[in-house]
Design a binder for this molecule. Structure first.
Ligand SMILES: [Zn+2]
Length: 468
């Protein structure tokens, strides 16, 4: 019966599409208008300027995080969104203090270090030990405890540049799990080569994870040139010693919020297209690229739809998630607390990869609805956007949605330079090109409008989790 129903559904969709495509000419003309207006957008650029200047760094749980929530609510209201809400979310509060490191032997030098998010601190007098270098996490896992015991493990894994960011996925496990794996072999600390593609002396932070029942040891990242220095000293064949002083700590759980702003649908207001970003940032820069840009692009795109004269059938919901950076806490909480409404969330996307141009449109939808996605792509194509696969990631905060069967898309930005700045003090407003940002606004407005106008949504994708 279920199979028959599925077949009938596909058949109906096919007939519907065969006639004249999923969208009327009037709808496509309006999408073209949104595209042209989007390319002239300056609102997103102003919004990210405002967020970075008036709030600045906004790490989850900090006073600035609360300011960011208030900022977002105020902006949504000023822009006339139909429904605005700050939905409370418990978040992990971790703070960074002063941080220093040195090579103490054989050739003493200063190192530029930053603690990884959630790391414990070192004793106040610092932690000094001989270095044990590995090229990557896999090699560390295969290392012998007798070689590692009592040492500081140095994971010297370089991140290469890539347009789609796939190289980040190769090195980031060392940041996340390096401390736990090193501790299992008796290490006293971990230092990683920054997960970054620049050659500046900025260290890249990012979250790490301890394991239950494994000793917690401090973990930091050193900049690429500093990693080169440690490597060069090791290559001289003498034992190298590092001293580090990290004054960071976990302070427990405090309240933050997901901030939601909606442009209500004209015919099916309970059904929604989600366009999202995350409101929190790391503390070193001002979070312009990560993810002030995404916040601004999605807010500006929804506002553009609201003011362009045609209300789509369904609601366009902008969600600015809390604490993406250290554990997707906002998006997980959203999916848990709105589980009964997931069926009404027809598709979602997150903008969380900086502010460079969008070059590819990936989807992850029920295959029966691919013709609808292809028709949306036709409206995106004049922006220089290629049609990608049906294996979209959707963005980090879409993970809990995807796992619960909500279809997602990726409007993939060019990430070639993204990891030069990501999670560093150099993630600042001057890195954003207003023209490229406007292309993003155009693409988000076209996608959100047409998705909200789709005849029957995008089906569901396989559920991969029992709970978010
Ligand atoms: Zn981000």
């Amino acid at each position: 019966m279920r199979l028959l129903f599925a077949v009938l559904t596909c058949f109906t969709a096919a007939i519907h599409l065969a006639a004249d495509g999923p969208f009327s000419q009037k709808t496509l003309d309006h999408a073209a208008k949104l595209r042209e207006l989007g390319l002239k957008d300056t609102r997103a650029y102003s919004l990210v300027e405002s967020l970075t200047v008036e709030v600045g760094p906004r790490m989850a749980g900090t006073p600035a995080d609360k300011l960011a929530v208030a900022w977002a609510e105020k902006k949504f209201r000023e822009m006339g969104f139909d429904h605005v809400a700050a939905e409370p979310v418990p978040v992990t509060h971790w703070v960074r203090g002063p941080e220093h490191a040195w090579i103490t032997a054989p050739y003493p030098q200063v190192l530029h270090i930053t603690a990884l998010g959630h790391s414990i601190g070192t004793p106040p007098e610092g932690l000094e030990a001989e270095v044990f270098m590995v090229p990557d996490l896999a090699t560390l896992k295969k290392s012998k405890a007798e070689d590692v015991r009592g040492k500081i493990v140095f994971i010297n894994h370089r991140t290469e540049k890539s347009r789609d960011g796939n190289t980040y996925g190769k090195t980031v496990p060392g940041r996340a799990a390096g401390a736990a794996e090193a501790a299992k072999l008796g290490a006293v600390g971990v230092v990683i080569r920054s997960i970054g593609t620049d050659s500046h002396r900025f260290a890249h932070t990012g979250v790490m994870r301890y394991e239950e029942d494994v000793k917690r040891i401090p973990a930091g990242a050193i900049s690429n040139p500093d990693a080169d220095m440690v490597q060069a000293q090791l290559e001289r064949g003498k034992p190298v010693r590092i001293k580090m002083k990290l004054d960071c700590k976990l302070l427990g759980t405090v309240m933050s919020a997901n901030v939601v702003g909606e442009i209500k649908g004209s015919a099916l207001p309970d059904e929604a297209v989600i366009i999202s970003a995350h409101l929190d940032s790391w503390d070193l820069g001002t979070g312009a690229l990560d993810d002030g840009a995404g916040v601004a692009i999605t807010m500006a795109a929804a506002k553009l739809i609201a003011e362009a004269g045609v209300r789509p059938k369904r609601t366009v919901r902008v969600i600015l998630f809390a604490n993406e950076e250290s554990g997707l806490e906002g998006s997980r909480h959203y999916v848990t607390t709105h589980q009964d409404k997931l069926q009404n969330m027809i598709i979602g996307v997150e903008s969380d990869f900086g502010a460079d141009v969008i070059w590819r449109f990936d989807t992850r939808i029920d295959e029966a609805y691919l013709p609808v996605a292809d028709a949306i792509h036709k409206a995106l194509e004049p922006l220089g956007i290629a049609r990608g696969s049906n294996r979209a990631f959707g963005g980090p905060d879409m993970t809990p949605f995807r796992m619960m069967g909500v279809p997602v898309v990726s409007l993939l930005q060019d990430g070639t330079d993204y990891f030069d700045f990501h999670h560093t003090a150099d993630d600042t407003f001057d890195k954003i090109d207003p023209k490229k940002m406007a292309q993003n606004v155009a693409a988000y407005a076209v996608f959100a409008f047409l998705a909200a106008e789709s005849p029957d949504g995008f089906g569901r994708i396989p559920v991969t989790a029992g709970s978010p």
